[in-house]
Design a protein around this ligand. Structure first.
Ligand code: COI
Length: 368
């Protein structure tokens, strides 16, 4: 597999400098990255090179008009020394959809998966193994043409970088606190880009997120842009409510990111016989259920967030808290999902792309 790409290895690995006991989310990057270029209507020059700076002119239109799309997935190393990449073909499909919406060329799913496997084969020692840790993989596609005309670029570059990570949310407070946002909008309800993983959606979320942080909340719970009435998502994760034994999550309507973890949890819930409804849910219904005690659990789902319990929600100045967080279903789903991802539990849906590692190296890495 590795022989399919030109590979330039680092002269000296940086891995010895990394404190694997204290991994923040997304501040440390592995030794290598995959990259290829697009010009004259085709991708060319796929290669793996040392992770490092890239050159871009300030006149590159992408820096101004935002032709960028990215994705996020994870690799795990199980006790059996096998690396597992979780559902990469779904991320390939989502990146395809994001790129199509942004007039950017798409990357073939097979090439996408091959590139990730090649990178994992090379940087497998960077897959951390402690509970809650993984190697986060970030594919990124950007325009590279230099011009100030507002039109799609003609040249692009695709990267795949990876980062050993711990939990995205600090869970020391017992669960995530959310502020339902009734003023700002993350994404248009119809005809917008909310389903795409593109920088615009994240840029649009920052002011509200900063205000929420200053008020003591971890994240914003976004409501629909038309009425600020229906729950959409959290920005870093999709949202689930368990009310009266049924799990409810907002339907994908174009303004919500189609989460791979969201999809996986709905499958696991159905496997367990838990009723799941994908339906519009008004923030008033959520607050009523919290007030009456009918709300049993709230949790978010995302590649970074995994399954994150929500402990507190504020809407229009009224803050309500859940008791006994994380709830039993949140805990079970976290354990089942991460069990499948790490190979501790059977992969009955065939979600993992397995990358066998050289035995001696796997044993050495396990001892680290
Ligand atoms: C992911 O979960 O992959 C994301 O891109 C969310 C990001 C906030 C880490």
């Amino acid at each position: 597999m590795l022989s399919d790409f030109t590979i330039t290895r680092v002269r000296k690995s940086r891995i010895g400098e990394v404190d694997f006991d204290n991994l923040p989310f997304g501040y440390v990057f592995s030794d290598h990255m995959f990259t290829m270029a697009f010009a004259d209507g085709r991708w060319h020059s796929p290669e793996i090179v040392p992770y490092g700076p890239i050159q871009l002119e300030p006149g590159a239109a992408m820096l101004h008009y935002g032709q960028t799309a990215f994705d996020g997935l994870k690799a795990f190393r199980g006790p059996d020394g096998v690396a597992r990449i979780f559902r990469p073909e779904m991320n390939a499909r989502r990146l395809h959809d994001s790129c199509a919406a942004l007039c950017m060329p798409t990357v073939d799913a097979e090439v996408f998966c091959q590139a990730i496997v090649a990178l994992i084969e090379l940087d497998h020692a960077w897959i951390p193994q402690k509970e809650g840790q993984s190697l986060y993989i970030r594919p990124l596609l950007i325009g590279t043409e230099v011009h100030l005309d507002v039109r799609p670029d003609r040249t692009f570059r695709f990267f795949i970088i990876s980062a050993p990570v711990g939990a995205y949310f600090d869970q020391s407070a017992g669960g995530v606190s959310l502020k339902a946002e009734d003023r700002y909008t993350r994404a248009a309800a119809v005809g917008g880009l909310g389903f795409a993983k593109t920088s615009a959606n994240y840029a649009a979320s920052m002011l509200a997120a900063e205000e929420a942080r200053e008020e003591g909340f971890d994240q914003v719970l976004w409501l629909d842009s038309n009425e600020h009435r229906y729950v959409e998502e959290v920005g870093a994760m999709n949202i689930f409510f368990k009310i009266g034994g049924t799990v409810i999550t907002p339907p994908l309507g174009g303004s919500i990111l189609p989460g791979v973890t969201r999809d996986s949890l709905m499958t696991l819930l159905r496997d367990r016989g838990v009723p799941v409804e994908e339906r519009r849910i008004a923030i008033d219904e959520v607050m009523d259920a919290l007030r009456s005690g009918a709300m049993e659990e709230i949790f978010g789902a995302g590649t970074g967030a995994v399954v994150s319990p929500v402990a507190r929600l504020q809407y229009r100045g009224e803050a309500l808290a859940l008791e006994n967080v994380p709830g039993p279903l949140t805990r079970d789903l976290y354990a089942e999902l991460t069990g499948i991802q790490t190979g501790r539990l059977p992969d009955r849906h065939g979600w993992n792309l397995r990358v066998p590692l050289p035995q001696a190296e796997a044993v050495a890495a396990a001892a680290r």
